[in-house]
Ligand binder design. Structure first.
Ligand code: A2P
Length: 283
């Protein structure tokens, strides 16, 4: 990937900008609004939100106020666990679109495979959810549909019931939590892997482990980590509400990590993951 405007081709023939702007923990109101507007001014054309982030209104308003042609911006939101099921998915989607105030959505994801209390029949729940999403997609309200936090066996279930294959799986992924098997599985199926918390919520980037690379490439540890994602054909979604860091995280297209350096980053010692387990219906 050579520029912020480069795109990955999805398995449904549509394209998705190779770097996304994450908005998790950006508070609804001035914080999420300013951050999204700043990201769009910086040149990001891919914004990731979710119903549970409770900032869809501000994100949608920033998209509108940016005055950038809607077709140029790729917007993702996600269905929250409590809304899984056929009718509830349709209602939740309508509510998200009302908050976003958009005419269509680029990508809708099932946020987690297992909703609270549905550990034993999650697959029934997810099947109904997927059916509703396929219908919304076929009717043109959504351009692409996908998954988030799905492990291999959850995705296998989608393949058993789907008519439209998922284009994306958005998972927690950062140096120290490589998710190698799941990434291989998805990439083999032409499912693009998006990385949430690509910087491990900033836990790893002050580690002296990256010092030699920082010096060698004259880039920050955050930029080096984001570049590592791109060179693994992953789609990172860094979150920031700080204009300098928003710009810094997009300035990752003028250098290339060598093979040994890629390996060095991949071998970063196990870094604590968030602890949210896709196999437990905890929300
Ligand atoms: P802030 O929003 O104040 O910039 P992740 O995307 O892995 O979840 O990480 C998000 C966290 O990392 C946020 O706390 C964000 O804080 C911080 N962050 C984002 N970009 C950078 C950067 N380039 N350097 C340092 N911290 C960053």
């Amino acid at each position: 990937m050579r520029s912020l405007n480069d795109k990955y081709l999805m398995n449904n023939g549509q394209q998705i900008p190779c770097l996304g702007f994450g908005t998790y923990l950006a508070r609804n109101g001035i914080e999420a609004y300013n951050a999204t507007l700043e990201a769009l001014k910086t040149g990001y054309r891919h914004i990731d939100t979710a119903a549970i982030y409770k900032n869809e209104e501000s994100v949608g308003k920033a998209v509108k106020d940016s005055k950038i042609n809607r077709e140029e911006i790729f917007v993702t939101t996600k269905l929250w666990n409590a809304d899984q099921g056929y009718l509830s998915t349709i209602d939740a989607f309508k509510a998200s679109m009302k908050r976003l105030n958009l005419e269509y959505l680029d990508l809708y994801l099932i946020h987690w495979p297992i909703a609270k209390g549905r550990d034993n029949d999650w697959y029934v729940n997810v099947s109904e959810t997927w059916k509703a999403m396929e219908e919304l997609c076929s009717k043109g309200f959504i351009r692409s549909i996908g998954l988030s936090n799905f492990n291999i066996h959850h995705i296998e279930h989608i393949y058993r019931v789907c008519e439209i294959a998922p284009v994306i799986n958005q998972i927690e992924l950062h140096p120290g939590y490589n998710q190698k098997d799941l990434v291989e599985y998805c990439q083999d199926k032409q499912i693009i892997v998006e990385s949430w918390s690509p910087l491990a919520q900033s836990r790893i980037i002050n580690d002296p482990y990256f010092d030699t690379l920082v010096e060698k490439y004259s880039k920050s540890a955050a930029q080096i980590c984001l570049r590592w994602h791109l060179q693994r054909n992953l789609l990172p979604l860094p979150k920031s509400v700080n204009p300098e860091r928003i710009a810094q995280n997009a300035d990752i297209f003028d250098f290339e990590l060598g093979t040994e350096d890629m390996l060095y980053i991949s071998n970063y010692p196990y870094a604590k993951w968030s602890g949210f387990d896709p196999d437990k219906g905890m929300f």
